[in-house]
Design a protein around this ligand. Structure first.
Ligand code: NAG
Ligand code: NAG
Ligand code: NAG
Ligand code: NAG
Ligand code: NAG
Length: 658
């Protein structure tokens, strides 16, 4: 055990030993929920569980077929001290959580609540339906209930409820002391979207705020004087309750952050005065030692060789470069040599003694960590296709992660179709023939990724700026920073759970399913086809990804299709260069790939046949189909027994909209 390990352990032991609780604060943060988080949560019955990145307070479709008349509660495992008798002290707290309610019937019901409760051992019996898991017919209105709740109700289940979309403050009763309709704040709880709620308590008043749509800011909806110690014991459990009734919904908590003051136990203060400074001195010592050690050693054992082993261990290991060579090739990453900026880093032109290359320097603060780096190097390193950018080598030294690709003299497709606004450069517009060849090339590359290689690969970030053009203007698909391989042999092989991509190119179900599938790649491809033909950006609105389908290029084309005027959409720069029937077929193909129902999207195999004229374009309605969910599930979704749940349980931080 190295010195730093020992020091780290000691440091942790000191913290965990609770030495600092006297002056600390009571806080925790779940940016999302993983299976391991279950151990820090108390689930009150089998209805609640952690699944697909969220707390499912009531049953989720993956595990339970019966969603009706259920209630559940999930608590943080440690109690929070709200007040202290001897000192007459009240704690304060501030908590923010993200809920996502997905109706399973029309309408969905009943609702969820953030609760503070005396008891975490038993769920009130028959607290389903209108009771929201907070109380039941027997305890409603009784001081014995010992529960305070902020309810988010999706059903008007009795006359006292103002409507089916409100927030209320409940004390030992389901009949709120105050309730406010969320419609006034632009929030609709039943829309299967993230709803961010903040509850603050300062020892005197309780304030509930919601994040209003669009503005991204919190607006207080309820602010009331409330002395929690009048109703609750000194220590309480914090958590969530929810219920369903005849009508059902999925009640998910996707993230939860809590900060409370720690008013501590009644302990001897003198002890604190002695211990705290001593511990601080010790910690500074340790921190200094750690710093010193880091500085003097690059710690090769756990980083460098780890990466090297994993990359070299893969079957087709690309060449390893050393940092000095690549620094020299790129003029020490001189801005003059900058070719572009990708999702995970900056790409530079590099001149090696025998060839010109493109070097991607993964930025240190990007989300592409070591694992993604290894994934990218080994994924594309082992792929060979003439429509994929070839990976030549890699380098990992001094914490620099570098990937070396073949150099693409013409850069990326976007600047040829949209022009490069920043530089004010307008490249020679590409002819229709060229564009057709490019679309064909990308389709071949995707078909290869999906069906042609040993492991299925989802690209997950198909877009014009990730299509490179080689010397002959052939398309080369690049930027595999987000790509994931999936074992073909595996049953659960069609999807990957983490959500990522670029607004405008993301299929409408992405946010509900919460992961990428072959069908979401096909959707992005469809958007690409449309933009290449129309010379128009996809136009998804950032921050409103859920409504991509209702915006932008796809919507626009549906409008034109309904009016039977699709050809109006074609880029004016290629007018007169195409056969009208062929062009109409390509537009229909693009739209078919963007069908809101993933089941209806063609496979890349079919896409290729249509492009080469071997098959007619897919059948497509003349009216824009509405996005229905969960009306249909992609084929990959049903088979996927491991991850399935009709939910949007991906934390927002995982969305790499860019
Ligand atoms: C659910 O509860 C309601 C009201 O108590 C009852 O009428 C209904 O039959 C129950 N449904 C099921 C499936 O148990
Ligand atoms: C507490 O409230 C402040 C704003 O008043 C906010 O910035 C902070 O993130 C909150 N913390 C939690 C855990 O909600
Ligand atoms: C809220 O959204 C649901 C589901 O989309 C819809 O049925 C309902 O009418 C909406 N409610 C309001 C008040 O807009
Ligand atoms: C908090 O409560 C006090 C007294 O009950 C009141 O004067 C004050 O305005 C309240 N503050 C807020 C922010 O509601
Ligand atoms: C639930 O459905 C049952 C049977 O359809 C009905 O008798 C009952 O009144 C409903 N309960 C509620 C709370 O809507």
């Amino acid at each position: 055990m190295s010195f730093s390990r020992a020091a780290e352990s000691l440091f942790l032991a000191l913290l965990l030993g609770g030495v600092l609780t006297q002056v600390g604060c009571f806080s925790f943060n779940f940016p999302n929920f993983t299976d391991t988080d279950s151990s820090s949560l108390i689930m009150q019955n089998l209805n609640s569980r952690v699944d697909v990145g969220a707390i499912q307070v009531t049953p989720n479709v993956r595990v339970d077929s019966d969603l009706q008349n259920k209630s559940g509660r999930a608590f943080y495992s440690k109690q929070f001290r709200l007040w202290r008798k001897s000192k007459d002290v009240q704690a304060s707290f501030n908590t923010t959580f993200v809920l996502n309610i997905v109706p399973q019937t029309i309408p969905g019901a009943e609702g969820m609540a953030f609760i503070l409760a005396a008891d975490a051992t038993t769920l009130p019996q028959s607290s389903d339906g209108q009771w929201l898991g907070i109380v039941n017919a027997a305890t409603n209105g009784s001081s014995e209930a010992k529960v305070v709740a902020v309810e988010l109700d999706t059903r008007k289940s009795y006359p006292e409820d103002i409507d089916d979309n409100h927030v209320g403050l409940d004390v030992n009763s389901i009949f709120s002391i105050k309730q406010v309709s969320l419609g006034d704040y632009g929030v609709n709880l039943s829309e299967a979207v993230d709803v961010t709620v903040r509850v603050q308590y300062d020892g005197k008043n309780m304030t509930v705020s919601v994040m209003t749509n669009g503005t991204g800011e919190f607006t207080p909806v309820i602010s009331l004087p409330l002395i929690l110690s009048d109703y609750l014991p000194e220590k309480v459990f914090l958590g969530f309750s929810a219920s369903t009734g005849n009508y059902t919904e999925l009640n998910c908590v996707r993230s939860w952050e809590f900060e409370g003051s720690d008013i501590g136990e009644d302990r001897n203060l003198l002890w604190v005065w002695i211990t705290v400074p001593a511990v601080l001195v010790l910690i500074s010592g340790i921190v200094f030692c750690l710093y010193w050690e880091r500085k003097h050693r690059e710690r090769p054992e756990d980083t460098y060789t780890g990466i090297e082993d994993q990359i070299q261990g893969s079957s087709m290991a690309p060449q390893k470069f050393n940092l000095r060579e690549l620094r020299k090739a790129t003029g020490n990453f001189n801005l003059k040599n900058k070719l572009g900026k990708g999702g995970f880093g900056t790409v530079y032109k590099g001149v090696l003694p025998n060839k010109v290359v493109a070097v991607k320097r993964v930025s240190k603060d990007s989300r592409q960590g070591k694992q993604e780096f290894i994934a990218e190097v080994t994924t594309i390193g082992s792929l060979r296709h003439r429509n994929l950018v070839k990976l030549i080598g890699w380098c990992y030294e001094k914490r620099e992660l570098l990937i070396v690709y073949e150099y693409m003299p013409h850069g990326s497709l976007d600047k040829f179709i949209f022009g490069d606004e920043k530089l004010g450069l307008e490249e020679e517009p590409l002819s229709w023939e060229r564009r057709h060849i490019i679309i064909h090339g990308v389709a071949q590359a995707l078909d290869y990724l999906h069906n042609g290689c040993e492991k299925r690969v989802l690209h997950r970030d198909i877009k014009a700026s990730n299509i490179m053009l080689d010397t002959d203007f052939n398309a080369r698909l690049g930027d595999f920073g987000l790509a994931r391989t999936i074992q073909q042999s595996d049953v659960t092989h069609h999807s990957t759970k983490e959500i990522a991509g670029t607004p405008g190119y993301m299929a409408p179900e992405t946010f509900l399913v919460g992961r990428a599938t072959v069908e979401t790649d096909v959707y992005a491809f469809g958007v690409l086809v449309l933009e290449v033909i129309c010379g128009r950006k996809p136009g998804g609105i950032k921050g409103d990804q859920q409504n991509d389908y209702n915006n932008g290029i796809v919507y626009w084309l549906w409008e034109l299709r309904t009016k039977d005027r699709m050809l109006d959409a074609v880029d004016s720069k290629i007018i007169g260069q195409f056969d009208k029937d062929e062009m109409a077929g390509m537009l229909i193909l693009g739209l078919a790939c963007c069908h809101p129902n993933p089941l209806q999207r063609p496979s890349m195999k079919t896409v290729l046949q249509v492009i080469t004229g071997e098959a007619p374009p897919p059948m497509l309605p003349t009216e824009r189909p509405a996005f229905m969910w969960p009306a249909a599930m992609p084929p990959s979704f049903k088979e996927d027994t491991e991850n399935a749940s009709i939910n949007s349980q991906v934390t927002f931080t995982e969305l790499t909209g860019r």
